[in-house]
Ligand binder design. Sequence first.
Ligand code: SF4
Length: 296
Amino acid sequence: MPLGTIVRQPAKTGRHEGVRKTGEIQKKSQNNKPIAGYRSGKARGGMEAPVAIDRVSSPAARKSAKGSNRYNPIAPERVAEILKRLNELYPDVTCALIHKNAWELLVATILSAQSTDVNVNKVTPIIFKKYPTVQDFAALSPEELEPDIRSTGFFRNKSKSVVGAAKMLVQDFGGEVPTDIDQLLTLPGVARKTANVVLGSWFKMAEGVVVDTHVTRISRRLELTKEEDPKKIEQDLMQIIPRERWILFSHQIIWHGRKLCFARKPQCAECLLENICHAADKTWSTVDIHKNARPL
Ligand code: SF4
C-alpha cells in the first residue's frame, strides 16, 4: 500500500498521540479547497493537506504566526466550511419535539429543560389528549398538572410555568401564542431558548439562535464562542452565522450533539468536522488541540 493511504485508527488511549503536525493526509472538504485559518502543506503521497498553524513550535514560527496568517476560528471561510459540512451531515433536520401547533411546541420546550426529547415525547401526547386546548391548561392549578409531567423532572416549576403561560395567553393574547419575541418573553417559564424554538420551528421566524446544552457545548468546542452565558453565546453566533441559517444551524448542532458530538466521549473519528475542530476533549485528532476549546 503506498504511503499516505493508510486509514488511521484511534489509539487505545482514546487520543491519537502519534499525529504529525504537518504533512499528514487528513480529511478534506468535498471541493478540497484550503480552509481559512490553515495553510496547506504537502502530504506524503503528494496531496495537499491543511496544517494547523496556531500552536507552532519554534520561536521564529511563532513570530511569523503573529502575522496575517494567524488562525482565526471565526474567519468567515471557516464558519462557511462548518455550515457546509453540517449541511452534508444533517441536510433536513427539524425539531424533534412532537407538536401540532405553537402552543404544544411551547409546552414541549418548557418540559424539555433538563430532560430529553424522547422523555418529553412520551409525556406530551398524553397531556394534550387530556387537555386539548390552551384554555384547558389555563383552567388547571399547577398542582393538578404536576402528576402528568412528573417524569420530565423539575415538575413543580415546569407545572407553574405551563399553567402560568396558559393563563397569560388566554387573558392577554386571546389564547394565541404571540409571534413577537418580546411578548413571548413575558410568558412564565419562557426565556430566549424557548422563544427561539417556537418562533423558528413553528413560525419560521429567525429572531435568534437556539442555545441549549448541545449548542453551548459544540459552539465552544468549535471555537465559535468563548462565552459561557447562553445570551452571550447567542450574540456571538448571531454575529458570525448568516441570519438565513440561524434556524437550521440550531437544529443541525442539536442533532450533532445527539448523534456524534456527545458531552462525554464525542465520536471524533467519525465526524466530518474533525480536521477543522481543535476541541480540547476530542477523542481522536489529526490536528492540533486548543486547550481553551472546551465545553463548560
Ligand atoms: S471532531 Fe469531535 S469534538 Fe469536534 S465536532 Fe466532531 S465530534 Fe465534536
